[in-house]
Write a protein that binds this ligand. Structure first.
Ligand SMILES: Cc1ncc(COP(=O)(O)O)c(C=O)c1O
Length: 424
């Protein structure tokens, strides 16, 4: 529906459209449908009792302080706890390098606001996280995608792309990466590639956003050092969040950057919301400092590893030979590639008829390519649903292949115009 005040909208707001993914995900609110669509944690794993215990204690001991406004930078205890945690993973920072944000999504917005003028260019993975491209787009940036393979972004393709852009007088300002268990492709950038990519970023003088919501969720393979820990000239801005390892409802995340840049981001944040919610920050701080987070991460790692294995085994058993998929070492997603002649957006109504949902892959490409791909989340559904849902999806794909071979067009899907479901 168009508002009767839309003629008063800013140019920026006029450009912002509800994303396709949100429209599709709305359908999954129907409980008959098994959803592999959203990037949601398992709600059964939320540590409700521990949070209750912490809230009661904080309200008794902190005398209302946790209900007060806080500084824009964030609660000092939490910033210190995060700095300590990050230093154990090879960084060399203090709490003065840490800004607490309302989710990593806010950090993406603040960075965009700080660096991007209309028409500025951002280099992203092809595919990449939709919330990232939405943030950049809302400042009228132009996105250029670099293809990924099973080792993440290929530095040679990145260098070739930058060289070509430079020849046409373009100078991208930001390189946006999700190096660990990428959303949506599930792939991880190797250590060697991380070093090469940083070298290229230096050569072309770009800020690197290392968006890392999944780095604690490794189920197999060796840990790879963060790009921030390899950063020698402060061009990497690292984003971490409690959304996937504690609970997204807190909206508490952290942004790590060199001090002058962090000060600028803090000023930009001040105009946005004064401070991140203090209540959530104190809870998160207690949760980390009491050692609960490390215990909880171990619990969800086992849970999610089992779900990943279950989904991969079910796909192996039920999917047709024409389908290919990634085998992620962590995170929340499996990326599926179907034969070229299948358009997963056009297949979606059939999946919904079969009571199963996914996100069509084209939504994650800046140029809307990747029509034959889809993203599957394996953390939200129950084990029983994973097995049943994969059978339904396999059936859907097989029907689509048969129809193609019989030359039957599949039904066109017309998304409803309203509704906001998170595109995580
Ligand atoms: C790569 C990536 N970045 C950022 C976010 C947003 O996280 P938050 O809940 O901290 O805003 C997500 C959420 O799915 C994500 O996958």
């Amino acid at each position: 529906m168009v508002s009767k005040f839309s003629h008063l909208y800013s140019r920026n707001a006029r450009e912002m459209k509800a994303s396709e993914i949100r429209e599709l995900l709305k359908l999954t609110e129907n409980h008959e449908i098994i959803s592999f669509a959203g990037g949601l944690p398992d709600p059964q794993a939320f540590p409700v009792d521990k949070v209750k215990e912490i809230v009661n204690r904080l309200l008794d001991e902190k005398n209302g302080q946790i209900l007060q406004y806080g500084t824009t930078e964030g609660v000092t205890e939490l910033r210190k706890a995060i700095a300590e945690r990050m230093n154990k993973r090879g960084m060399n920072i203090t709490h003065k390098n840490v800004l607490i944000t309302a989710g990593s999504q806010q950090a993406l917005d603040l960075i965009s606001k700080t660096f991007l003028d209309p028409g500025d260019m951002v280099i992203v993975g092809a595919p990449t996280y939709l919330g990232g491209t939405n943030a950049f787009k809302s400042y009228n940036a132009v996105m250029e995608g670099v293809p990924l393979d099973e080792d993440g972004m290929d530095p040679d393709l990145l260098a070739a792309k930058l060289h070509l852009l430079q020849m046409h007088g373009n100078h991208p300002e930001i390189l946006y990466l999700i190096p660990n268990f990428q959303n949506p492709a599930g792939v991880t950038i190797t250590e060697e590639r991380r070093r090469e990519i940083l070298e290229i970023a230096r050569e072309y003088d770009m800020i690197v956003i290392e968006d890392s919501p999944y780095s604690d969720l490794r189920y197999s393979g060796e840990q790879v050092p963060s790009m921030k820990s390899m950063d020698t000239d402060g061009r990497v801005i690292y984003l971490g969040t409690f959304s996937k390892i504690l609970a997204p409802g807190f909206r508490v995340a952290w942004c790590i950057a060199e001090k002058d840049l962090l000060n600028k981001l803090t000023i930009v944040k001040q105009a946005a919301d004064l401070c991140t919610n203090t209540f959530g920050q104190y809870i998160a701080s207690e949760y980390v400092t009491r050692g609960y987070l490390d215990e909880h991460v171990e619990v969800i790692k086992t849970l999610y590893m089992n779900k990943r294995d279950l989904m991969l085994a079910a796909m192996e058993k039920h999917f047709p030979a024409e389908a290919k998929w990634t085998k992620p070492d962590g995170g929340m997603f499996i990326w599926v590639t179907l034969p070229d002649y299948i358009d997963t957006k056009e297949m979606f109504p059939r999946a919904i008829e079969n009571n199963v949902a996914y996100v069509n892959g084209a939504a994650f490409f800046a140029d809307h390519s990747g029509k034959n791909t889809m993203r599957l989340n394996f953390t939200f559904a129950t084990p029983e649903q994973i097995d049943e849902g994969i059978q339904r999806l396999a059936e859907t794909i097989k029907q689509e292949i048969i129809d193609f071979k019989d030359e039957k067009p599949s039904k066109k899907f017309m998304p409803d115009e309203e509704g906001l479901v998170l595109g995580v």
